[in-house]
Ligand binder design. Structure first.
Ligand code: OAD
Length: 227
């Protein structure tokens, strides 16, 4: 089986009703990223940070995977698929994809502020100041904030190095180190980019752009791969 490595971003979940970050009306137009998604914000205004992620988590509990997530999951019958996602939602997993690596953390998890190895799955949307880990320390959202390192990068690079085919879907490729992952793909790998916009990408002979939303772009890709 050929190895297909997917790098997904917010656009993958847009058809599920989750707004992206940098499109018009996106999250970072509504919020100042440094005030809700940084270690400084957590130190200075933890309630504001909690409220921001509680709102996102509440919405996620109400969302379902979309056709794009489902098509990717079904493609496992034909390809050995690994998904590297910048998304903090669990929609790839809920659609049935079996290998999903989260670069930027997971919204439905919380972790200890004193011991990062203590990670807990939340069964409801609300995480509160005063919710503690088993060692008595405050729990925080299990999210990689701006300015923090990305622990999953090493595994992501190793996965990318094995790719026969790469699919970049629904990401503006504007956040590093995630956006640099593409450089870990072997030169022989063909790269497909599905996005209705124009991600920051240097065209080369190994790249095919499919300028469509995720579900429609995936249908087109599946047809292309069949031929
Ligand atoms: P962006 O909001 O930067 O980019 C979303 C991309 O999805 C854009 O290229 C859009 O054109 C595209 N898009 C919009 N609707 C789409 C659809 N229906 N189908 C397919 N594509 C669509 O989101 P990301 O690139 O994921 O990090 O952002 C990367 C990181 O920046 C996020 O993980 C988050 C954010 O700050 C953290 O919070 C750490």
């Amino acid at each position: 089986m050929q190895k297909l490595v997917v790098l997904s971003g917010a656009g993958m979940s847009a058809e599920s009703g989750i707004i992206t970050f940098r499109d018009m009306g996106g999250i970072w137009e509504q919020y100042d990223v440094t005030k809700v998604a940084s270690p400084q914000a957590w130190e200075e205004t933890p309630q504001l940070v909690m409220d921001f992620y509680n709102q996102r988590r509440k919405q996620l509990f109400e969302c379902k995977p979309n056709k794009g997530h489902e098509l990717l999951s079904q493609l496992e019958d034909t390809y050995d698929i690994s998904i590297i996602t910048q998304n903090v939602d669990d929609l790839h997993e809920r659609a049935g994809s079996s290998k999903v690596l989260h670069l930027h953390g997971e919204l439905k998890k919380a972790r200890s502020t004193s011991d990062p190895s203590l990670i807990y799955t939340l069964d409801n949307w609300e995480l509160k100041l005063g919710d503690l880990c088993e060692k008595g320390s405050q729990l925080r959202p299990h999210i990689v904030w701006f300015g923090e390192s990305v622990p999953a990068m090493y595994d992501a690079e190793n996965i990318m190095q094995e790719a026969d085919i790469v699919l970049i879907i629904g990401t503006s490729l504007s956040v590093y180190p995630a956006a640099g992952l593409i450089h870990s793909a072997p030169g022989s790998a063909h790269i497909y980019v599905i996005d209705p916009g124009t991600p920051a990408f240097t065209p080369s002979k190994n790249i095919t752009f499919i300028q469509k939303i995720a579900s429609e772009g995936l249908e087109e890709l599946i047809n292309k791969l069949k031929n």
